[in-house]
Write a protein of this length. Structure first.
Length: 417
């Protein structure tokens, strides 16, 4: 995303951030169409004959999904709601894979009837449930198993998913039994194998290590005459939240896994990027409300809160924050916090930042992924507006909640009994 100062004023994709704030109010999520195209096309180039399934949970906005759908993206979904949104955006069901440990009967039925490419199954009981439902509606469900390869992706513990002791995937040692059981089920067609080791991964080596383990399984399965069409390597490639971070490019990821999977000629790779497609394509513009001191701490209170961006609270995540009007004021150590009544409501902790004044604007960078999609109305706050910059145009992609929206689901209710 092009974010730079021109004559001490911040410009986002060539548009004045102050002007954007005036037009759209604060807080507002601002995305760049150009960068979304760029990020997706980097994947498409690297994974030419493969399937790139965008992980919808990173950001499920309809306009963004439609942009990706038009570029040929598939979808990695984790709920019936995401399936609904992906289909609505025009994503080809034959490019949709369904992950997640707790798929309900209703969701499974919907996915089978939508003819998705495959379920990534995470437990034996889920396998039985999918077979049972497929049988009931007289269909065959295509499946793969999500294997937990027990590798350490070297990331935050809440986003490490491929180690033992997390709730995700099938234990590596149980995989063969699981495939054998599935091969005997009437309404199951085994088509693939899957793994997803975590998120914000900044090296390709954990992917290669996982690939080595998956390849061993594939070879073992072939001996049992279980032949797979798809190898799903999951998502999780990191982005540059901090200057010191050097995330690998999609092409490097492809190279690392192909050093292992290259020997398979008739299999299609699937990759499930979320953050690395949408993360760096968004900034959030907000405004300083107040300043205060408590003990020996300085606080800058802004109108962006954990209900708009929960990543700092949830994962101790770092987001770069910059003033919209460049200032040469002295920088001091402060916490940048929101209005929500939680001590965990912060955008930055112990950050060196200029002591801005009431009404000054700030921009929080890299909020495209897990920003808007994790937003809530906590504290009965109106969820923020979203806009996308397309050339010189500003396109509205989500309106700000109104007070009425805060009541919408709690009024005019039908009787239950
Ligand atoms: C969250 C998730 C992804 C995407 O992860 P990113 O870090 O956003 O790339 C991919 N696959 C599965 C199964 C996931 O749960």
């Amino acid at each position: 995303m092009s974010i730079k100062y021109i004559k001490n004023e911040l410009y986002i994709e060539g548009l004045s951030a102050a002007q954007l704030a005036k037009l759209c109010g604060t807080p507002t999520y601002v995305y760049s169409k150009k960068l979304i195209l760029n990020n997706f096309n980097n994947y498409k180039k690297a994974f030419k004959n493969d399937i790139v399934c965008y992980a919808v949970k990173a950001n499920s906005n309809q306009t963004l999904l439609k942009i990706l759908s038009e570029l040929g993206a598939g979808a990695d979904i984790v709920s019936g709601g995401e399936l609904f949104k992906a289909l609505r955006a025009g994503i080809d069901p034959q490019k949709i894979v369904y992950s997640g440990v707790g798929k309900t009967a209703e969701e499974i039925t919907y996915a089978i009837e939508s003819n998705i490419l495959m379920f990534n199954i995470e437990s034996y009981e889920e396998l039985c449930e999918i077979n049972k439902i497929a049988k009931k509606i007289n269909k065959t469900a295509r499946i793969s198993f999500r294997i937990n390869p027990n590798v350490d992706p070297d990331t935050h513990k809440y986003i490490a998913t491929g180690k033992h002791g997390t709730k995700f995937g099938i234990k590596y040692e149980d995989a063969l039994d699981m495939y054998t059981a599935a091969s005997k089920m009437s309404n199951i067609e085994i088509v693939g194998i899957d793994t997803h080791i975590g998120s914000q991964i900044l090296k390709v080596e954990p992917y290669r290590l996982a690939a080595v383990k998956i390849a061993k399984l594939i070879d073992r399965l072939e001996k049992e005459n279980i032949i797979l069409k798809y190898i799903d390597i999951g998502g999780g490639l990191g982005i540059k939240y901090e200057n010191s971070q050097k995330p690998p490019k999609p092409a490097e990821l492809k190279k690392a896994v192909m050093s292992v999977f290259g020997k398979y000629k008739n299999k299609t790779l699937i990759v499930e990027p979320g953050r690395s497609i949408i993360g760096d394509t968004g900034v959030m513009i907000g405004r300083v409300l107040y300043r205060k001191k408590s003990g020996n701490k300085n606080f800058l209170i802004v109108d962006i809160a954990m209900n708009d961006l929960i990543r700092p609270t949830l994962y101790d995540a770092y987001h770069n924050i910059i003033p919209v009007k460049k200032t040469f004021k002295k920088q001091i150590i402060m916490d940048i916090v929101g209005p929500v009544c939680e001590s965990g409501d912060f955008m930055a902790k112990d950050r060196k930042f200029p002591l801005l004044e009431q009404g000054d604007l700030i921009a929080v960078e890299c909020i495209g992924a897990y920003g808007s999609s994790m937003s809530s109305q906590y504290n009965s706050r109106k969820r923020a507006r979203g806009v996308i910059i397309d050339g010189k145009k500003i396109i509205h992609i989500r309106r700000r909640d109104t007070f009425e929206d805060l009541l919408r689901l709690e009024e005019n209710l039908e009787k239950i009994s």
